[in-house]
Design a binder for this molecule. Structure first.
Ligand SMILES: O=C(CO)[C@H](O)[C@H](O)COP(=O)(O)O
Length: 281
């Protein structure tokens, strides 16, 4: 059997109905994708082809519906390329994805330096600031983004905006310790200028969404004036006692890949450069 990184663990997937890597690849080949799914896949594949190289051994895997295409492309690099790699998840979903794809699973406390982390985003602005946390994973996502030598975003064209809050309307996701949520909501309403901030409620469960860390999530929409330079409001929210992490990632990503409707990919870089990768001929 192939050698593995020393402290990586392999466990069996626990989610009933989760697909293995072969099934996912077969699905992708056989079933036509919607325009949005095709755009997500294009962004993810292009980013993996450019940023997941043979020398990259410790790889952070983000959360959301675009990230499965990242993992799919990594699996396509083959067993040999992946046998010594360790994959670090940003939450329950990406842990299941790693395990069900037969990749080596590790954690960020074992591997605090990550070669490259690839993750989705809810929206990305012209300076590569982004909103994350639509899936309530932004605490671990930010840790893996900070731990990474290279942090790359992958998304479809709807997420590519000049200013945060343009298309993504729920607001900035804020993870809070449960007993402090009402106090933090008051702070957001009356001090920080987000009168419509609300506690995120679960859909198929009575009560609030509980994050993978056992915390609550507040969604706080802000006016454009705050979103033009989001670092300042991010820092002010983070200073509120009871806040664990804020879903504003400022100046963290090296590049963002957006799959477009016409099959091209727009790449925005941290230095302001923008590239268009033409669709395959
Ligand atoms: O931040 C996230 C989860 O907390 C996701 O990366 C973000 O919500 C984007 O997800 P998707 O790829 O499904 O649009």
């Amino acid at each position: 059997m192939a050698a593995r990184a020393p402290s990586a663990t392999r466990i069996q997937p626990v989610v009933v109905g989760s697909k293995n890597a072969t099934e996912t690849v077969v699905d992708t080949i056989l079933k036509p994708l919607s325009t949005i799914e095709a755009a997500k896949r294009l962004a993810a594949y292009t980013a993996v082809d450019r940023h997941v190289k043979p020398e990259h051994i410790i790889i952070g895997i983000g959360s959301g519906s675009t990230v499965p295409y990242v993992v799919e492309r990594i699996v396509q690099q083959g067993r040999e390329a992946n046998k010594d790699r360790v994959f670090i998840p940003t939450g329950f979903q990406s842990k299941e994805l790693i395990v069900s794809s037969n990749l080596n699973l590790g954690d960020v406390d074992q591997y605090p330096t990550i070669d490259v982390t690839l993750d989705g985003a809810d929206e990305v602005d012209r300076d590569l600031n982004c909103i994350k946390g639509g899936g309530a994973c932004h605490l671990r996502e930010k840790v893996l983004a900070e731990a990474a030598q290279t942090f790359i975003l992958v998304a479809d064209y709807r997420k590519n905006v000049e200013y945060l809050g343009t298309n993504f309307k729920p607001g900035v996701p804020i993870e809070v310790v449960p007993f402090a949520y009402a106090k933090v909501l008051q702070n957001l309403h009356h001090i920080l200028g987000s009168p419509k901030a609300t506690l995120r409620m679960a859909v198929a469960k009575a009560g609030p969404v509980v994050s993978d860390n056992g915390n609550f999530i507040i969604d706080a929409p802000f006016e454009r004036e705050h979103m033009e330079q989001p670092y300042e409001i991010m820092a002010r929210i983070k200073m509120l006692t009871g806040v664990v992490e804020v879903g504003l990632f400022c100046h963290m990503a090296q590049a963002a890949y957006f799959g477009n409707e016409d099959g091209s990919v727009t790449v925005k870089y941290h230095d302001g450069k923008v590239e268009t990768v033409a669709p395959p001929a």
